[in-house]
Design a protein around this ligand. Structure first.
Ligand SMILES: *Cc1c(COP(=O)(O)O)cnc(C)c1O
Length: 372
């Protein structure tokens, strides 16, 4: 049997991720593979670290890219920081908050749930009440940008509460990084993880992570070993530590890191504030067009994520047929609803390189045709 080379038809990716990869990032990916302990590569890794620090707005020395997707960044935070018996206040207002809860349970922590409905942000008042009711809690965990619903929570206020109660914050920034305001040091975030394939315009498979000094101290004071060998950051720290101390832990995904380097360089060249403003401006254009088509947003205006637009599917419209039409006739991918919103909503992403005017116009024209 002869198998042909794989040549996918290019698509415009306007779902919940992966999103459009910048052409320069794809070019970076195809550069020659070199050894991951090669001095050239080590120097590039130092730049990657500095660029992640910029994207997160942090000076945390412990700032790295985990060699695996966003879910592994999530797991990195929980397996390293939460010890058996630790109480964690977990906010659940969609799919990813529930995954945080599962992570807490799997490492033997005790999850105290703060629940909000799908499409609503995490309630700051409920979190304040939960922190007051559980003075022995060690962590507050929440999702900044809930990709399953399109709701943005007030990470600044939530982390301020965590600091007042002397608990460590664990923040999911997979969809927020690069798309909306996020300031790790100023907001006092202790552990944060993201993903390469959402608003960073990069290929999937890497997860930027950063720990504050307090989080590193909690890790170093553990009574029990980290239950995952691969994600144990006490072992990985040696790999990312500079000054010729780098030693083998696992083979770094060399070319993917070239891609991340290029995508973060592009973000720095654009400027974080400008990137946030671009996502907002594209969202405003998309919103105007969607409203003209009679589509209604799931999330209340002030809590909407510009990079993830969730709209109700109009009565009498066949969800799967519309999405298939968009893919087959326009090479355009939008996202289906997840969980409580399955079959009821579409999720239209404007993430990273996908957040540009030609995409907005294509999406509006294609949707108009498909729902006619
Ligand atoms: C996509 C996403 C994840 C998981 O990232 P993967 O790269 O798919 O593993 C986690 N949290 C949120 C909020 C996400 O949007």
């Amino acid at each position: 049997m002869s198998i042909n080379a794989f040549n996918p038809t290019p698509r415009t990716l306007m779902g919940p991720g992966p999103s459009d990869v910048h052409p320069q990032v794809l070019q970076a990916l195809s550069k020659p593979t070199i050894g991951h302990l090669d001095p050239q590569f080590v120097a590039m890794m130092d730049e990657v670290k500095a660029l992640i620090q910029y994207a997160f707005q942090t000076e945390n020395p412990f700032t790295i890219a985990v060699s695996a997707p966003g879910s592994a960044g999530m797991e990195t935070c929980f397996v390293n920081l939460v010890e058996p018996g630790d109480k964690v206040i977990v906010c659940r207002n969609g799919v990813f908050g529930e995954r945080m809860r599962q992570n807490v349970v799997r490492v033997g922590g005790e999850a105290i749930l703060v629940e909000d409905s799908w499409g609503a942000p995490v309630s700051v008042d409920k979190v304040a009440a939960a922190l007051a009711a559980h003075p022995d809690a060690k962590f507050l965990a929440f999702v900044h940008a809930e990709t399953s619903t399109g709701a943005c929570s007030d990470a600044k206020a939530l982390c301020a509460l965590a600091q007042q109660h002397d608990v460590l914050s664990i923040v999911d920034a997979v969809t927020s990084l690069g798309g909306v305001e996020l300031r790790v040091d100023e907001w006092g975030i202790d552990a944060i993880y993201s993903g390469s394939q959402k608003c960073l315009s990069c290929v999937p498979g890497l997860s930027p992570v950063s720990f504050s000094a307090k989080a590193v101290a909690k890790l170093e004071a553990r009574q029990t070993p980290v239950p995952s060998w691969f994600l144990d950051q006490t072992l990985v720290m040696g790999y990312w530590a500079g000054d010729g101390k780098r030693s083998y832990h696992h083979t770094a995904p060399v070319n993917s890191l070239y891609a991340l380097h290029e995508s973060l360089r592009l973000l720095q060249n654009e400027g974080l504030e400008n990137a946030w403003a671009r996502h907002r401006a594209m969202h405003e254009q998309l919103k105007a067009g969607l409203t003209e088509l009679g589509l209604e947003f799931v999330v209340e205006e002030q809590y909407r994520l510009p990079q993830l637009n969730t709209v109700y599917i109009p009565q009498g419209i066949d969800d799967a047929k519309v999405r298939t039409d968009l893919l087959n006739n326009f090479n355009l991918e939008i996202g289906a609803g997840l969980g409580d919103l399955a079959g009821k909503a579409w999720r239209i992403g404007l993430m990273g390189y996908a957040a540009r005017q030609e995409n907005v116009l294509l999406c509006l024209a294609a949707l108009k045709q498909a729902i006619k």
